[in-house]
Design a protein around this ligand. Structure first.
Ligand SMILES: Cc1cc2nc3c(=O)[nH]c(=O)nc-3n(C[C@H](O)[C@H](O)[C@H](O)COP(=O)(O)OP(=O)(O)OC[C@H]3O[C@@H](n4cnc5c(N)ncnc54)[C@H](O)[C@@H]3O)c2cc1C
Length: 453
């Protein structure tokens, strides 16, 4: 087999996974990253695989969608999970990480790998770059904030117009400025005595409705092309929730379920949860509080939250662009472009949503490239697996809308009469997770293992 070389554009979550997956299998990789030339507005550090908002890679519970996905990624040797586990910070059942250490570790491992050549460059034209670096295949993993020249190339050559919309980011507060006498540590559904990684700010009925009213009435950042603001349903701005209805937030990120009682033994009407940003616990992010409010209004309104009256904000929330393709129209199921079969896409740009989902698509695309290099046909991951379900989703959804991994994407299971009588929801989750695990194992031994020899 002649030596093949792969160009990976973007050393984010997906690109880092893809580069390492291939390099570990003795494929030469040219990894091109643009942030070392210029950071985009969401980036703060020059290192790879930066988590630009929350530091959470979500649940590790094996019976959750994210848990299933993580098991599959682990089986494929995920660099993101290896480095995430190494630099984890406490977050209950979730895998949250110290973002700087995590990113530094990934950068070090990629840079030190003898099969990877790292190039600092804002890529513009993948075809030209493939020629320049003598590569046979390309994986474009430039994420939600793909820079403009490459975006123009993708639009002109691959996607046409339907290419972007907006998402939102949550604020972070300085822990020293919180009034802890009004807050308490507790993880959802755990006993109060166990303490917890989440810091909760309980609200009475009066406080909650006053807060929601302030949110709905506060000044928002205006966009020129306002009608283009389409948000992920799972990541709605808190102010948009307030506009949708006065109880919407109370049934979403502010739900008090599993967080009672509060410090005074009263049951809160609603709760704002804060999660550690780093191991030291010197900063906390407001969980689910991505927002379109102007900075000035954020400070005014978020200081109405009990315990945050004198809060100092390390950074405030904002809205941002998110570029992604209509995969169903433009890509094959191995994530290669229909027009340019030697060019693959990976990560959020394929139409999935979230750090872990994007990283998993890096593994998926790299696996398919490896098969191609070895002269094997592409194989679809079974839809019962988390990765298969994600790809199935982006390849079948008529009106593309980025999705994270969730049970709705996995085929349902039939319950026996006996199972129907118990806790149906839990039983279904357990059965779907068990099936996903078994199907993935079989698929892995039948096709992945042969490819990874
Ligand atoms: C502001 C914001 C907040 C977010 N909040 C969350 C959150 O809370 N939780 C969550 O799970 N997800 C969140 N996301 C989504 C998350 O960032 C993505 O799911 C994930 O990072 C996507 O991984 P990726 O590898 O596809 O892209 P990225 O991680 O963005 O990596 C892409 C890489 O490509 C580089 N690049 C871009 N263009 C070029 C080019 N032309 N040439 C060379 N390099 C280039 C970038 O510098 C970057 O390093 C957020 C996204 C944004 C923008």
């Amino acid at each position: 087999m002649a030596m093949k070389r792969v160009l990976v554009i973007g050393a984010g979550l997906a690109g880092s996974e893809a580069a390492m997956f291939l390099a570990r299998r003795d494929i030469q990789v040219v990894l091109v990253e643009g942030k070392t030339v210029k950071l985009n507005p969401a980036q703060k550090i020059p290192t790879f695989a930066e988590l630009v908002c929350t530091n959470s890679l979500k649940s590790m519970d094996a019976t959750s969608g994210h848990g299933i996905l993580k098991n599959e990624m682990k089986a494929m040797g995920s660099l993101v999970l290896e480095c995430g586990t190494l630099h984890a910070v406490p977050a209950g059942d979730a895998l949250a990480v110290d973002r700087e250490k995590f990113s530094a570790e990934i950068t070090k491992r990629l840079s030190e790998n003898p099969n990877i050549r790292v190039v600092s460059l804002d890529a513009e034209n993948p075809i030209e770059l493939m020629k320049q670096f003598e590569c046979d295949f390309t994986i474009i993993a430039t994420g939600p904030l793909t820079t403009s020249k490459l975006e123009q190339w993708i639009q002109k050559e691959v996607s046409g117009d339907d290419f972007y919309f907006y998402d939102a980011i949550a604020p972070v507060v300085d822990a020293d400025t919180l009034d802890l006498t009004k807050m308490y540590f507790k993880d959802r559904h755990k006993a109060m005595e166990e303490g917890g990684d989440y810091l909760n700010s309980p609200m009475t009925k009066e406080q909650y409705y006053e807060f929601v009213e302030a949110l709905a009435g506060a000044e928002k950042v205006q966009q020129k092309d306002f009608e283009d603001w389409k948000f992920f349903e799972s990541c709605l701005p808190i102010d948009l929730m307030a506009e949708r209805g006065k109880d919407t937030a109370r049934f979403s990120c502010m739900k008090p379920v599993g967080l009672e009682p509060d410090i005074k033994g009263k049951w809160p009407y609603a709760v704002v949860q804060l999660r550690k940003e780093n191991l030291l616990g010197s900063a906390y992010n407001l969980v689910g509080f991505q927002t379109r409010l102007t900075y000035k209004e954020q400070v005014r309104v978020f200081r109405m939250i009990p315990g945050l009256e004198n809060a100092s904000f390390i950074h405030l929330g904002s809205c941002h662009r998110n570029s992604f393709l209509n995969a169903r129209k433009l890509l094959n199921t191995d994530l290669s472009s229909k027009k340019f079969p030697e060019i693959y896409f990976a990560g959020q740009i394929t139409g999935v949503e979230g750090y872990t989902e994007s990283a998993s698509m890096g593994l998926y695309a790299a696996f398919q490239v490896l098969r191609k290099i070895r002269g094997e046909d592409p194989v679809s991951f079974p839809v019962e697996t988390a990765m298969g379900a994600l790809v199935n989703y982006i390849m079948t959804i008529e009106k593309p809308c980025p999705s994270n991994i969730n049970f709705g994407l996995l085929p349902s299971v039939e319950l026996t009469k006996e199972q129907y009588r118990g806790d149906r929801k839990r039983t279904k989750k357990e059965l779907v997770s068990k099936r996903a695990h078994e199907v993935f194992q079989n698929f892995y031994s039948a096709s992945i293992v042969s490819t990874l020899k």
